[in-house]
Design a protein around this ligand. Structure first.
Ligand code: LLP
Length: 404
């Protein structure tokens, strides 16, 4: 039996808490975490959940309870993680383009840090020298990921220190007596090819000998999960075997024993999430029939921003005749979720559900058009819990200062 929520469960939550609503299924997160543990058990890998995918503190607490660490991309995510119960040693801070003051703050909080630029590495050396072990984010010059917007390891990417600058990294290490304990790469999101990680490891193996105090290598996240039924997903079991074989060979050849880390975001929380909307308006035109829902790219930006596909179902009329609809939102911009998609006949008032809505769904939402952000609900052991209230009118005013 696949771990997933039934139409009945989704409908009940929508009836009880209203729409639009994000619903997360705890047991699905658990299932995904178990897959990771099994796939990489021979390597004894560690997993740091990429919090940027979904930071609701209940989700963070739940993932912590499963035994994962957390990877943060801002100092506020670090603080949310600590607030949610992660010990500083379980928190990784991998940011880019940040002021050195944020790195100092992360150091004072005692979390693990990956540094992404030579200039911050130098400042770190001047300030902390050997006293605080630190990681380095490298740009391995590998093109990977679902599309250019989510590709981060190629030779035009802003992320990481280009691996070609290894001599400068080593000379900073020597000049300031830095303790480099981790090397990090993250080449992109929606990676469906295990060989991308293998190529990344090969790049790392070349330079590891320059770092005598290295404890770990961090291979980032990016494991592709299926969004369409026919999507190819990353075979993590095959990846687990390959990674183990590479490191075993490396150690047998005299290489140091290193811990292997990953930072999965989508893999843990994409499929656990459902976004339920209500159809406000049906509009027949010569081009298409629009089904206008009570949402827009203010709530789920992935289709408009990345041309991302989200599977949609009309859970109010599952037996209805199949017809083609273009599902759009209600904001004052073109906000097409799906063009000419075959769906069970839609009536005004029906619930349309977007699947794979856990990762980068609510997290990338906004109050554009002064619309409210949706509520969030978590289902655990069959019970539904409200974990974030829908915005109210006062929330729109809360931070505004009435001066004129
Ligand atoms: N580690 C680092 C350093 C990252 O930058 C990211 C994602 C991850 C881990 C997790 O990647 P994941 O396992 O979730 O693919 N908003 C885009 C995805 C952007 C990913 C940004 N970095 C989307 O909705 O497709």
């Amino acid at each position: 039996m696949p771990v997933q929520l039934s139409n009945d469960q989704l409908t009940r939550v929508a009836n009880e808490f209203g729409t639009p609503v994000y619903i997360y299924h705890a047991e699905k997160i658990q299932e995904q975490y178990q897959k990771l543990k099994t796939a990489f058990q021979k390597s004894d890998a560690r997993f740091y959940y990429a919090a940027k995918a979904l930071t609701n503190i209940n989700v963070l607490r739940y993932i912590h309870s499963l035994g994962a660490g957390v990877d943060c991309s801002s100092i506020n995510e670090v603080k949310l993680a600590l607030y949610s119960g992660f010990h500083p040693s379980e928190v990784l801070y991998t940011a880019n383009g940040i002021a050195f003051s944020e790195i100092e703050e992360a150091q004072s909080l005692g979390v693990k840090i990956n540094i992404d630029s030579l200039s911050n590495l130098e400042k770190f050396g001047k300030r902390f020298a050997h006293s605080y072990p630190v990681g380095i984010r490298l740009r391995p010059n590998i093109m990977a990921g679902g599309n250019l917007k989510i590709s981060t390891g190629h030779d035009k990417s802003k992320f990481g220190i280009p691996v070609g600058k290894i001599d400068q990294i080593v000379s900073l290490k020597n000049q300031y007596n830095l303790c480099i304990s981790n090397l990090h790469i993250h080449t992109g999101s929606d990676i469906d090819d295990a060989d991308v990680f293998i190529r990344g490891i090969e790049v790392l193996f070349e330079i590891i000998p320059s770092f005598e105090e290295l404890q770990s290598v961090d291979l980032g996240g990016g494991f592709k999960v299926p969004y369409k039924k026919e999507d190819k997903e990353l075979d993590i079991f095959r990846l687990g075997e390959k990674v183990f074989a590479m490191f075993e060979k490396y150690e047998k050849a005299g290489g140091r024993k290193l811990q292997i880390w990953f930072e999965p975001g989508k893999f843990l929380v994409s499929q656990c999430g459902y976004f339920v909307t209500t159809v406000n308006v049906l509009k027949e035109t010569s081009a298409t029939t629009f089904a206008g829902v009570n949402s827009g790219f203010n709530h789920l930006i992935r289709p408009m921003f990345y041309d991302a596909y989200h599977y949609i179902e009309n859970i109010s009329n599952p037996g209805g005749a199949l017809k083609k609809y273009s599902v759009v939102g209600n904001i004052c911009e073109t906000d097409t979720f799906a063009w000419e998609r075959e769906l069970n006949e839609i009536r005004e008032g029906d619930y349309l559900v977007f699947f794979n809505a856990g990762a980068y769904g609510f997290e990338m939402s906004s109050n554009f058009n002064s619309r409210f952000k949706p509520a969030e609900v978590m289902i655990k052991d069959g019970n539904a819990f409200l974990i974030r209230k829908r915005d109210e009118f006062d929330d729109l005013l809360e931070k505004q200062v009435k001066v004129f």
